[in-house]
Design a protein around this ligand. Sequence first.
Ligand code: IMP
Ligand code: MG
Length: 176
Amino acid sequence: MKDMHCDIQNILFSKTVISAKIKSLGRTITKDYVDKDLTIISLMTGSLLFTADLIREINIPISLYTITVSSYNGGKVSSGTLNIKDSLPNCKGKDVLIVDDILDTGLTLSSLKTFIEEFEPSSVKTCVLLNKKIERTNMLHPDYFGFEIDKEFVVGYGLDFNGIYRNLPYVGILKN
Ligand code: IMP
Ligand code: MG
């Protein structure tokens, strides 16, 4: 039997630490959107676990949609172009919060944000679990994030390498 935990060099954020952070993010988002019409657009598949946990810490009515976009095509480096594989929900007049697993180059979220803004939402903000500490040419800073990490490739808690490791309950770094 292959144990996927053996492929991990070290754990950056444990299940317990992630859970506490998401509770706090949920409280902040609840407070910020209390009188608004919150529409969450969750990017599949990386933010599946994060979104599932986060929405249960948000105590106001929300609408939830998932869309699939890709810029990585399975490897460790962004291909530089964004493919949106689903149609968007109606965003006109809504307070849209885009939820993703990680902000790396920012290409995914900045392209998607610009695209959504054309549909006249009331507001568009971004929320990621992990924010990589890198210089970004597109100047995108997440409105909400869980943790800052160095420029390294991480897996687990929804994040994959070549489609696997998403079901690790923690975020960690792969062995070389
Ligand atoms: P960006 O467009 O470069 O910001 O990349 C964002 C997307 O790339 C995320 O939604 C992830 O799916 C993927 N990604 C970026 N960095 C990592 C990583 O360290 N591990 C796994 N996936 C990553
Ligand atoms: Mg992703």
